[in-house]
Every structure is written in C-alpha cells, then in structure tokens.
Design a protein around this ligand. Sequence first.
Ligand SMILES: Cc1cc2nc3c(=O)[nH]c(=O)nc-3n(C[C@H](O)[C@H](O)[C@H](O)COP(=O)(O)OP(=O)(O)OC[C@H]3O[C@@H](n4cnc5c(N)ncnc54)[C@H](O)[C@@H]3O)c2cc1C
Ligand code: FES
Length: 336
Amino acid sequence: MTFQVSVQGTELRFPCEPNESVLDAAQRAGFEIPFSCRKGVCGTCKGRLVSGETRAYAGDALGDADKAAGQVLFCNTRPRSDLVIAPRSIGKADPFARKTVDARVFRLTRLADDVMLVHLRFPAGIRVRFRAGQHLNLILANGERRDFSMANPPRESDGAQLHIRHVPGGAFTSSVFTELKRGDILRAEIPFGDFMLRDSSKPILFVAGSTGFAPIKSIIEDMVLMGVARDAWLYWGARRQPGLYSELPKKWASQNPRFKYVPVLSDEAALGIRHNLVHRAVLEDHPSLAGFEAYVCGVPAMTQAAHSEFLAAGLPRDAFFADAFVTRADVAAAGP
Ligand SMILES: Cc1cc2nc3c(=O)[nH]c(=O)nc-3n(C[C@H](O)[C@H](O)[C@H](O)COP(=O)(O)OP(=O)(O)OC[C@H]3O[C@@H](n4cnc5c(N)ncnc54)[C@H](O)[C@@H]3O)c2cc1C
Ligand code: FES
C-alpha cells in the first residue's frame, strides 16, 4: 500500500512506499530535503513528524530532547500510515542547479601533516554554482562518493578549494597524500547541503573541529565580500597545535573588531590557546546561548555533543546548524 506524505503549511504532497524512506520518496517526486549521509548519522535531514505512524531503522543522530519534540530523521523514517511532515526546508529540485564536472587538480599544498589543500579547477566554459558552506561529492573510479566542503567563497567559483584531512585507513584520503598530483582529474558533483548562513542579525558562534574550518572559512570570507556585518566568534578546535593550520582567523580578528577568534586544543596545553573540547570552550565563555545562532562543523561526535549541550544552554532549536563530517566508519557503526 502506498502512503501519502504531506508537507505542513504547503500544498506539497508525494507518495511513499512502506519500504521507502521519506527522503528517498521526496527525491523520487522531485523534491529536495537537506541530506548528507543518508544513514542516520549526521542529522542533516532532521525535521518534525506532525502526524502519522512511522518506523525508523539504522543510525540515530537524535537526542532525547529531539525525540521529545517530535523530530525524526527523514533518511531513516519509513511510513506506516499517511504522514504530515515539517522538514527544515523543502523545495522543488532544480535539475540545472547541480552539475557533474571533471575537475582538474590545479595545486596541492600541505597545510599540516594530515591536511592537504586540494585546489580544483572546473572545466572552462562551465559555470558551477554553490553557496558558501556547501559541499561537493567526489565520484571515485569505483562509483563510491566522498563528501568535501568548499573552503573558498562562491565568488571564486572557477574552482573549489578543499581542505582534506587524512583519515587513517581511509581509501580516498590516503591516496590524496600518496598518489594525487597536479593535472589529475577528479569527477565532482556539486553542490550539496544546507550548511549556509541564515539571514538574521543574531550574533554568530562558528564552531569548527579540524577541517570543519573549511566551510566556515567559505562562509566568513563570503560575509566579508557581501558586507554582512554581524558579531561573530570562531572557536576552532584541534587535538594538537599543527591542527590549527591557518593564520587567517587571526587576520580576520585583527581587521574586524566584531570578529573574535578562540583557538582551542583538546590534547595538549599551549601558550595563549584554550585547553578544552571546542564546544565546551564555547560554553565556558557563553553560559547562556539564548540570543545566538550556532554553525558547527566537524566529526559527528562533536556536532552531536554541541547540539545537545548548546540546546541545554538555551540555544533555540532553530538556531543550530551543523555539517557532520561522517566517514564510512560512522556509517558502518550505524548498522545496515
Ligand atoms: C557533508 C560532509 C562534508 C565533509 N567535508 C569534509 C572536508 O571539507 N574536509 C575533510 O577532511 N573531510 C570532510 N568530510 C569527511 C570526509 O568525507 C571523509 O573523511 C572521507 O569521505 C573519508 O574518505 P576515505 O576514503 O579516506 O575514508 P573511508 O574509506 O571512507 O574510511 C574512513 C574510515 O572508516 C574505515 N572504514 C571504511 N569502511 C569501513 C567499514 N565498512 N566498516 C568499518 N570501518 C570502515 C576506514 O578504515 C577509515 O578508518 C566531510 C563529510 C561530510 C559528510
Ligand atoms: S542524511 Fe539523515 S542523518 Fe544524515
């Protein structure tokens, strides 16, 4: 039996099979709900179930407070009845918005022992659009995909600059440090994601773990280019000092009195650098987060801890935005 899914407050509806996720059904019908991992790990597809019976499978990026508020993950929610849903956003997918291109490796720069700046150039004559904070999919020779965020602002859109961290044992990121060279071609589908600055005047907390700095750098540089003036803090965390691989945040702070930079190390003490988990350093400085917007990017354990602890500190649920840098290990741990 096919069920109907309606979107609260709109005329939008689409059919969904009992064994199909709401996310898959929406995409089949030509609608776009934000997603990333499709496995219940990252929380990107989170939204509210207004009414109806569902079952969930595999993975669980929801905390107890989310569940109590009727939140579900549309990538792992299948219908048992007709549903009414309230996703964070939904729209008609634009078939021309996303492109698959053969990008050329223009430059490789080692930013730290385990972080490579991979500068890709898109083919001449093809206009590739993305918004600051979004990511692309690299399509590997075996058809597998890997997500990486653009670190450059969209105005420099003849290419993409990626900050790629080597994941020990990781098939693709290992090859970046051993085989990839200037001139190589990487197939990329671009853009994906809704980790983007919202239109608001609230002060901003940017929270980055390691290469989670990449999309935040894109957003901050875009704010400068667009003349967006808001109070903002960047908390950038790494295990050890080389993990804070860019001096740019210091420059932004020296040029803009409304921008504050707080570097944080979790595994070692260093002069002038906070010693803590990055999201805890935020809470040390801002025990009440009621008036803020938070943009958080890094490994899933960090984004999930930040989500629950920031909400407990008064951050409104609709003022938390995150990209979780999920790997295949996280997906495998989430189950089939
Ligand atoms: C939206 C998004 C944006 C991202 N942006 C960035 C970015 O800008 N910069 C960045 O550095 N990273 C980013 N990431 C993370 C990045 O996508 C991963 O680190 C990358 O895909 C790893 O690829 P890999 O082939 O090297 O590792 P994989 O082959 O995927 O392996 C990762 C780890 O999992 C283990 N593993 C593999 N298969 C299994 C299995 N079946 N069971 C158990 N363990 C397994 C491997 O041994 C390894 O330790 C992003 C992720 C997302 C979702
Ligand atoms: S896309 Fe659903 S949790 Fe990641």
